[in-house]
Design a protein around this ligand. Structure first.
Ligand code: SF4
Length: 227
């Protein structure tokens, strides 16, 4: 598999935010979100076998715990990734899969928690979610919308309502997009959509979703990789 990095940090998003987590970041993405903070995953990386990846995860977290498979878009390497995720589960890890949902998800092992980042219009990659994936979602999964405008918020709210999303999954997450060139100060001024504004919209509309901030952007320098 082509891997950009494997490292241990705190989970920054989802209902698992704040927990120690090993991140396995796969190389390559077929989308180009305008605010993407992971462009360094588009190319390069190094080839690693499943055994090498498992050994590195075990070195970083020998007694189990949380492992997030992320990218890039990890499902572009589905053929090797699906058995790897199953091996991690069999070894007692809790596995999260962060994906845009543009690729089919029906082959993902059931025990894996899918965190599906449905792209909103102002990401520049709206309409890329593979709608059949709604049927692959389970009550352990989470669906995230990264928002940079009112138009994104309206899209997300309508999507949640139309597909009755809150009843399908463990959590629906609305998260302000972060400025990709942000550096230095760890504050919400770097958000493309003011979290206070988003909170007020969500309260007014009683949206069945939770507001999520990218915790790691407020702990470390937003420009730092591998955290
Ligand atoms: S899907 Fe993720 S990695 Fe790919 S361009 Fe969008 S934000 Fe970046």
């Amino acid at each position: 598999m082509q891997i950009t990095e494997i490292y241990k940090s705190l989970q920054g998003e989802s209902t698992y935010a704040g927990l120690p987590c090993v991140f396995v970041r796969l190389t390559g993405c077929n989308l180009r979100c305008v605010w993407c903070d992971s462009e360094y995953t588009f190319h390069g990386g190094r080839k690693m076998s499943a055994d090498e990846i498992l050994a590195e995860v075990a070195r970083l977290s020998p007694s189990g715990g949380l492992v997030e498979i992320t990218g890039g878009e990890p499902m572009l390497q589905e053929r090797e990734l699906v058995p790897l995720m199953q091996q991690l589960i069999d070894r007692g890890y809790s596995v999260l899969l962060e994906t845009s949902g543009e690729r089919p998800l029906q082959n993902v092992p059931k025990q894996v928690v899918k965190i599906v980042d449905v792209k909103c219009p102002d990401s520049g990659e709206g309409d890329t979610f593979h709608i059949e994936n709604l049927e692959a979602l389970t009550s352990r999964d989470e669906v995230k919308f990264v928002l940079s405008s009112r138009a994104d918020y309206d899209f997300a709210r309508a999507f949640v309502e139309t597909h009755n999303l809150a009843s399908r999954v463990n959590a629906v997450l609305f998260s302000p997009a972060f400025r990709k060139d942000a550096t230095g100060a760890r504050d919400s001024l770097h958000c493309l959509l003011d979290p206070q504004q988003l909170a007020e919209w969500m309260i007014a509309d009683n949206v069945p979703a939770r507001l999520g901030l990218q915790l790691h952007k407020f702990i470390w320098d937003p420009a730092l990789k591998g955290v």
